[in-house]
Design a protein around this ligand. Structure first.
Ligand code: GDP
Ligand code: GDP
Length: 437
C-alpha cells in the first residue's frame, strides 16, 4: 500500500527545509539500525497519529535549466500539484505576502488537491496577528507556526493528516511482481518497456479509485505474473509545459513505494545522475529490490573489460547498492532485453527467501569464530542469537548482550556473511540489534 505524499512548496528562505527536518524528527522509527544513506534529503518518511506519509521538500528538487527563482517555483508548484496528495504551502509571516507568494498561490488555486497554508516564523503567540493578511491568498485558513522553535507543528500536522485522501486502495494480487521503471528522461525506459510488453499478450487496465492517473500494465511471462507501474504515465510524458520533460521525482518515489523491484535505467553514455542516486537511496531504504539496467550499450565502443569497468564505476557511485545486479542492454538491438524479466523474477525470489533459525545460527557461530567482535571500552559484545522475522526485505533480529556495543562495521560484516552464504542478490537486508532483557 502506498503512503500519501506531502509536498512542501514555497519560495526560498521561508523555512521549508527547517520545517521538513523538524517534522522528520518527530517520526517514530522502529528500525534504527538499518544502514542509512546520508546525503541531502528531499524526501523523508514521517508519521503523525498513526498516519504514515512521505514528505518531499520541493525546494531540493534540481531544476537544471533555470536559475530564475520564479520559474523554479512555478515548476515546483506544478509537480506538487501533479504528484502530491497534500500540498503544504509555506510563507513567511515576517515579510508578509510577496509577489512570488502570489504567483505560487495563483497556480495552487487551480488544483482541487488539498492545500495547507503554513505561515512560518511566527515565533511567539503575540505575533499571531501577522497571519491574517494571508487569508488574501485565497487558500483557506493560515496556520501560524515556527519551524525553528517547533511551535504549533502539531496543528499543522493535524491539518495535513486530515487532508489525506481515504483511498480504499486496490487489493493487490500477491503473486504478482510489481516493477517500477525509474530513470531520467531519454535513457530508454519507454523503449525497453515497449519491448518487454510488446512480446507479451498484455492486458492494460485502469487503476480505479485512485486520485493518481497511473495506469498499470499487467502481463504474464513464463508463468509469472508481472505488473509494470505507471508505464502509461511514462509514455504519455509529463503534462508539465516546460521545454524538456524532467525527471519527476515524486512520480518516481510513488512508483518505488508501490513496487517490489525497481528497474533503475542508466544511460551507458551519460552514467549515473544525482537524481538517480537519490531515488536509488530511497529504494534501498524502503527495502525494495533493485536491478540496474545500463541501456544504450550499443553506443559504447567495447573491449573485453568495458562492462567490468562500467560496473565498478556504477558501484562506486551507488555505493550502498553493492547487491544490485547490473545488466547491459540495448533497446535498439534488443540485446539482453529478454533477460530483464528473468532478473526481476530472480530478485523477487531473493527478497522473499526465508532462512531457518538453526541454519542462521550455525552461520553466526562460524562468523564469530572467524572474526570475534572487538572489545569496546573494556566491554565485549556478545552475540547471542539471530532470527529472521520478515521478508521483502529480509529482516533479521540480532540479540546481543548490549546493543551499544554493536559497531556498524560488525553489522556490515554479518550482512556480508549472510550474502556470501545465501545470496540475497538484488535485495537490501535489514539487521535489527536488540538487547536481551
Ligand atoms: P528554505 O529555503 O525555505 O528551505 O528555508 P530554510 O529552512 O533554509 O530557512 C531559511 C532561514 O529561515 C534560516 O536561516 C532559518 O534558520 C530561518 N527560519 C526557519 N524557520 C524559522 C522560524 O520559524 N523562525 C525564524 N525566526 N526563523 C526561521
Ligand atoms: P525514456 O524517456 O526514458 O522513456 O526514453 P525513450 O525510450 O523515449 O528513448 C529516448 C531515445 O533514446 C529515443 O530516441 C530512443 O530511440 C533512443 N534509445 C532508447 N534505447 C536505446 C538504445 O538502447 N540504444 C540507442 N542507440 N538508442 C536508444
Amino acid at each position: 500500500m502506498s503512503k500519501p505524499i506531502v509536498a512542501i512548496v514555497g519560495r526560498p528562505n521561508v523555512g521549508k527545509s527547517t520545517l521538513f527536518n523538524q517534522i522528520g524528527k518527530k517520526r517514530v522509527s522502529i528500525v534504527e539500525d538499518f544502514p542509512g544513506v546520508t546525503r541531502d534529503r528531499i524526501y523523508m518518511d514521517a508519521e503523525w497519529l498513526n498516519h504514515q506519509f512521505t514528505m518531499i521538500d520541493t525546494g531540493g528538487i534540481e531544476i537544471e535549466t533555470t536559475d530564475d527563482m520564479l520559474t523554479s517555483m512555478r515548476y515546483q508548484a506544478k509537480i506538487a500539484i501533479e504528484e502530491a496528495d497534500v500540498i503544504v504551502f509555506v510563507v513567511d509571516g515576517r515579510s508578509g505576502i510577496t509577489n512570488a507568494d502570489e504567483a505560487v498561490a495563483h497556480i495552487l488555486r487551480t488544483t482541487k488537491k488539498p492545500i495547507v497554508l503554513a505561515v512560518n516564523k511566527v515565533d511567539s503567540p503575540n505575533r499571531e496577528m501577522d497571519v491574517y493578511e494571508f487569508y488574501k491568498l485565497g487558500l483557506g485558513e493560515p496556520i501560524p507556526i515556527s519551524a525553528s522553535n517547533s511551535l504549533n507543528l502539531g496543528d499543522l500536522l493535524d491539518g495535513i493528516v486530515e487532508a489525506f485522501p481515504d483511498h480504499a486502495e486496490e487489493a493487490r494480487e500477491t503473486d504478482e511482481i510489481s516493477i517500477a521503471v525509474i530513470g531520467r528522461p531519454n535513457v530508454g525506459k519507454s523503449s525497453l518497456v515497449n519491448l518487454i510488453i510488446g512480446q507479451q499478450r498484455s492486458i492494460v487496465s485502469d487503476v480505479a479509485g485512485t486520485t493518481r492517473d497511473a495506469i498499470d500494465t499487467h502481463f504474464v511471462r513464463d508463468d509469472t505474473k508481472f505488473i509494470l507501474i505507471d508505464t502509461a504515465g511514462m509514455r504519455r510524458k509529463s503534462k508539465i509545459d516546460l521545454p524538456v520533460e524532467r525527471y519527476s521525482v515524486m512520480r518516481a518515489l510513488r512508483a518505488v513505494d508501490r513496487s517490489d523491484v525497481v528497474l533503475m535505467v542508466i544511460d551507458a553514455v551519460d552514467g549515473v545522475t544525482e537524481q538517480d542516486k537519490k531515488i536509488a537511496g530511497y529504494a534501498h531504504e524502503a527495502g525494495k529490490g533493485v536491478v540496474l539496467v545500463v541501456n544504450k550499450w550499443d553506443l559504447i565502443e567495447k573491449d573485453d573489460k568495458t562492462s567490468l569497468r562500467f560496473t565498478e564505476t556504477v558501484r562506486d557511485e551507488l555505493g550502498f547498492l553493492q547487491y544490485a545486479p547490473v545488466l547491459y542492454t540495448s533497446a535498439l538491438t534488443k540485446q539482453r532485453v529478454h533477460r530483464i524479466t528473468e532478473l526481476v523474477k530472480y530478485v523477487a525470489e531473493q527478497q522473499a527467501m526465508r532462512i531457518q533459525t538453526s541454519v542462521l545460527n550455525t552461520l553466526l557461530m562460524d562468523a564469530i569464530s572467524i572474526n570475534p567482535p572487538p572489545a569496546h571500552k573494556g566491554k565485549r559484545l556478545k552475540i547471542l542469537f539471530m532470527t529472521q522475522v520478515d521478508i521483502k526485505p529480509p529482516t533479521f533480529i540480532v540479540f546481543v548482550n548490549d546493543p551499544e556495543l554493536m559497531h556498524f562495521s560488525y553489522l556490515r560484516f554479518l550482512e556480508n556473511k549472510l550474502r556470501d552464504s545465501f545470496g540475497f542478490e538484488g535485495t537490501p537486508l535489514k539487521l535489527v540489534v536488540r538487547g536481551r532483557k
